[in-house]
Design a protein around this ligand. Structure first.
Ligand code: LLP
Length: 418
């Protein structure tokens, strides 16, 4: 399932297809290569984990907004969690049910809220002004809007500061001490119906007791809010489950481990559990396939220069994230320690540091693993690099699911309206 090294020939495979063969079929380089089996398997793991409780699994579209991938998940019955009006438009095209969709964010714009209200999406309240804007959108559209309070539980997810969101110092969510103020305001708004609470602690979380700590805190808030006369239905515990980026056989909690730590809480309160996984749904389903441009040394360090870069995949440069790198073919060349770098004019442009690899040569294939989440969706045009094509392996066949961006797209954007 997904990517693996062939036991007999040492080649890299994706779902019975050699990545090296695919590379020769595909005209573009670099390109993102996905396994549909892996995506569906990851989603099925959540479905199995949720058996026996009322639940609403919402896929976090920000992780990967490829339309075909979104369509597959929508068709499989997933809900969606969105953070922009354009994500909402895309989710609509993909076929997600608005009633099973949550709109999140600390800076939602009036037009985005009006669109969400129009479509009947669940909306999270993030702040005082956000509540005012949501109420305004409800009045303008004349629609009744179901809202959740995004409460900051002040629990440390023990992850990189940039992906930590549930601490008191974070820009997200409302202050615990201020909940009653929000309840009073919501009472005054006949078009707003408070249906749940939400918390999202952060991303790449590897300890499930952190989710339990937060859920227990949220449980007290649910009781308090119910005592105030609100009929809460949803407990939304956000996303955040990590994956094994190390490829060292690290044993990480599964969706079942995650759900089992909160199962009793949800049942006791008679709530529907909403979860918002992004990374754990799609990260492992994909590799960024690159071509080696050349190998060089500066005397003390060796470099493999590839055609992919921080423009194609920014997580190592931005978070110092580790993503596993390997050649697509077996090799008997001497193993050396390399930095794997791109062609961008910045020293921060690297995909991997101090990696042991058999010495490659120009033209060889080299992949960056676990590239299905926050890689293509965070790609940029820096240095006028074009966002790459995407391919999906589906039923033993290769399917192109996104064209490589063209320079014409950039030229058009620059000149339109001038
Ligand atoms: N729900 C909310 C409210 C979120 O903010 C996020 C992610 C998710 C769900 C999905 O979390 P996941 O299951 O994917 O961890 N660019 C960073 C990750 C940023 C995550 C932002 N929020 C990275 O590449 O590591």
């Amino acid at each position: 399932l997904g990517f693996y090294t062939g036991a007999e020939d040492g080649y890299l495979y994706v779902d019975q297809m050699r990545v090296e063969d695919i590379r020769h079929q595909v005209p573009e380089s670099p390109f993102y290569l996905y396994s549909k089996n892996r995506i569906m398997h990851n989603y099925a793991s959540y479905q199995q984990a949720l058996a026996g409780i009322d639940s609403l699994p919402c896929y976090a579209v920000k992780a990967n907004n490829n339309l075909i991938i979104m369509k597959e998940l929508a068709a499989a019955g997933a809900g969606a969690v969105l953070v922009s009006g354009n994500e909402l438009k895309m989710a609509t095209v993909a076929g997600f049910d608005p009633k099973r969709t949550v709109f999140n964010g600390n800076g939602k714009l009036p037009w985005e809220l009006e669109l969400a209200a129009e479509k009947g999406v669940l909306i999270n309240i993030d702040s005082e002004f956000d509540l005012a804007n949501i109420a305004a959108a409800a009045r303008k559209t004349g629609k009744k809007v179901s809202v959740l309070l995004r409460i900051n539980p002040d629990v440390d997810p023990q992850v990189h500061a940039y992906v930590s969101t549930g601490l008191a110092s974070s820009k997200f969510g409302i202050r615990n001490s201020h909940i009653k103020w929000f309840l009073d305001e919501i009472r005054k708004e006949p078009l707003l119906e408070l249906v749940g609470v939400h918390s999202h602690l952060g991303s790449t979380i590897t300890k499930v007791n952190i989710f339990r700590d937060a859920a227990l805190i949220m449980c007290d808030f649910v009781k308090m809010i119910r005592e105030e006369g609100f009929n809460l239905k949803y407990l939304n515990i956000g996303g955040g489950l990590g994956i094994d980026y190390s490829h060292q056989g690290q044993v990480l909690p599964t969706p079942t481990d995650l759900i089992d730590t909160v199962r009793d809480i949800v049942k006791e309160l008679g709530l529907t559990l909403v979860i918002e996984p992004g990374r754990s749904m799609v990260a492992t389903s994909c590799a960024l396939v690159n071509t080696v441009t050349g190998v060089k040394t500066n005397g003390s360090k060796n470099f493999v220069v590839i055609d992919g870069s921080m423009a194609t995949l920014i997580r190592p440069s931005l978070y110092g994230a580790y993503q596993h790198i390997e050649l697509t073919t077996p090799s008997k060349e001497a193993v050396q320690v390399f930095d794997v770098v791109g062609p961008i004019c910045e020293s921060g442009d690297y995909l991997g540091k101090d990696r042991e690899l058999p010495t490659p040569k120009a033209g060889d294939g080299i992949v960056v693993h676990d590239a299905g989440a926050y890689c293509m969706s965070m790609a940029s045009n820096y240095n006028l690099k074009m966002r790459p094509a995407e391919y999906l392996v589906e039923n033993g066949k290769l399917r192109k699911i996104r064209h490589e961006e063209r320079l014409e797209d950039q030229l058009k954007a620059s000149f339109e309206g001038l």
